[in-house]
Design a protein around this ligand. Structure first.
Ligand code: APR
Length: 246
C-alpha cells in the first residue's frame, strides 16, 4: 500500500465526521459510462440535446429513448467494491453524509443511508403539469410516458441550467463544513455547484482525499490525491480500518 494511501487511511481513522462527494467514476466499474472520460456520454452525445430543458422541449421522445436506454443498462448493473466500502464507512463513522452527483441509484442499492442526491434520480419520473413524482423502475413501453393527469412525464434528474433539488446543496454544504475529512471520488469536478462544495473545505484546512485515475482541477490542492480506480482504493482506505474517530 502506497504511503499516501496509508496516510489517508490514518487521517480517516481519526475522523468522527466524514463527508463524501461522488461522481460517475464510482459507477464506472459497474459498467456504467461516465460523461467526460474515455467512452463518456458527452464524447459521443450532445448534452444540449439530451440534458437540458430546451432539448427536452424540442424532442421529448429522443430524450426519453436515451434515458430509457440508460435505465435498462443501469437496471442490469450491480454496485461495486467502491460502493460497498462507503456503506462500511457510514456504518463506522459517527457522522457521515454521501453527496452524490450520480442519478443511477447504485449507492442506495449498495445500502448507503444518508445520501444527498444532488442531480436527482433516474428512477424517479416527474409530471411536467401536476409536478407529482413517482418511483418507476419498470420498462417504459410508451415514450414519452404520460401522467394520469394527462401531463407528460420527464426524468426526475437535474439538467444543465436547472436548480438542484430543494435543500440538497444546503445539506451537502453543511456536511462538508462539519467534516473532519472529505472524500472526493470519481468526479472530474467540472460541474457546479457540486464541484464548489470542496474548495471551502480545503481553504479551512479540512483533510481532503481525492480518488481518481486521472488528475482533476482539485488534485494540486487536496491533502491526498490517490491515483487509481475507486473500487480498488476505497476498500484499501476503509476495510479493516478499526475504530473511527479514536
Ligand atoms: N474510479 C474512480 N474515478 C474514475 C474511474 C474509476 N474507475 N473511472 C473514471 N473515473 C473518473 C474520471 O477520470 C473523471 O475524472 O471519474 C470522473 C468522471 O467525470 P465525469 O464524467 O465528468 O462525471 P461527473 O464528474 O460525475 O459529472 C458531473 O456532469 O454530465 C453531468 O449530471 C452529470 O452528474 C454529472 C455531472
Amino acid at each position: 500500500m502506497s504511503s499516501s494511501v496509508e496516510a489517508a487511511r490514518t487521517a480517516l481513522l481519526r475522523a468522527g465526521s466524514v463527508a463524501v462527494l461522488t461522481g460517475a467514476g464510482v459507477s464506472a466499474e459497474s459498467g456504467i459510462p461516465t460523461f467526460r472520460s474515455n467512452g463518456g456520454y458527452w464524447r459521443t452525445h450532445r448534452f444540449e440535446d439530451l440534458a437540458t430543458p430546451q432539448g427536452f422541449a424540442r424532442d421529448p421522445k429522443f430524450v426519453w429513448e436515451w434515458y430509457e436506454e440508460r435505465r435498462r443498462s443501469i437496471a442490469s448493473a450491480t454496485p461495486n467494491a467502491g460502493h460497498a466500502a462507503l456503506v462500511e464507512l457510514e456504518r463506522r463513522v459517527r457522522r457521515f453524509t454521501l453527496n452524490t452527483q450520480n442519478m443511477d441509484g447504485l449507492h442506495d442499492l449498495a445500502g448507503s443511508k444518508n445520501i444527498v442526491k444532488l442531480h436527482g434520480d433516474i428512477w424517479v419520473l416527474r409530471c411536467t403539469r401536476c409536478r407529482r413524482e413517482r418511483v418507476d423502475r419498470t420498462v417504459l413501453r410508451e415514450l414519452p410516458p404520460y401522467c394520469e393527469c394527462g401531463g407528460m412525464l420527464r426524468p426526475g434528474v437535474v439538467w444543465f441550467g436547472e436548480m438542484l433539488p430543494e435543500g440538497a446543496m444546503e445539506r451537502a454544504s453543511d456536511a462538508v463544513h462539519n467534516a473532519d475529512v472529505v472524500i472526493v471520488a470519481g468526479t472530474s469536478a467540472r460541474v457546479y455547484p457540486a464541484a464548489g462544495l470542496i474548495p471551502p473545505a480545503m481553504e479551512r484546512g479540512t483533510a481532503a482525499i481525492e480518488i481518481n485515475p486521472e488528475a482533476t482541477d482539485f488534485s494540486s490542492d487536496v491533502t491526498f490525491s490517490l491515483r487509481g480506480p475507486s473500487a480498488e482504493i476505497l476498500p484499501m482506505l476503509i476495510m479493516d480500518g478499526g475504530n473511527y474517530g479514536s
